[in-house]
Design a protein around this ligand. Structure first.
Ligand code: FES
Length: 146
């Protein structure tokens, strides 16, 4: 007989550690206004992320409940596109290019310096939520998609 594995608990504070539940009323408003089909998912995620700053599990669960789109499909979209994040980000995002052209000009040393200055590795955010650190494959290409 297969063993039943309980679903992981959803952090109602969106993982902020503040202990206060997130106000999900904005999700209902955005999904209600914009989500008519699966094709509307990306604009809905963009608008919800613009409101909360990121897409925590509790928010994704609410989008899934309201839109009847499976949460697994929503997470699939979120993890496919670099523009979406499930973690709270800092007020400032420091992007360090690790593309080939920058690599030959010392991009690796720039990254080490920023890591040391902020005490972060790429993908992390400072405890005060002032800075997040990211790497990009080509900052020129990255900027043209925003
Ligand atoms: S490789 Fe760094 S900007 Fe393109």
């Amino acid at each position: 007989m297969p063993r039943r594995v309980p679903a992981p608990a959803v952090e109602q504070d969106g993982g902020t550690g503040k202990g206060e539940p997130l106000d999900l009323s904005a999700v209902a408003q955005i999904v209600g206004e914009r989500c008519r089909s699966d094709a509307d998912l990306i604009p809905v995620l963009q608008q919800v992320q613009a409101h909360y700053g990121y897409l925590p599990e509790v928010v994704v669960a609410e989008i899934a409940r309201l839109s009847s789109i499976p949460a697994s499909r929503i997470f699939g979209v979120i993890t496919f596109y670099a523009q979406f994040t499930t973690l709270p980000r800092g007020r400032h995002t420091v992007c360090v290019c690790q593309g080939t052209a920058c690599h030959v000009r010392g991009g690796h040393e720039v990254l080490r310096s920023v890591e040391k200055a902020l005490s972060l590795v790429p993908g992390e955010t400072t405890a005060d939520f002032d800075f997040s650190l990211e790497t990009v494959a080509c900052l020129g290409a990255f900027r043209s998609h925003r």
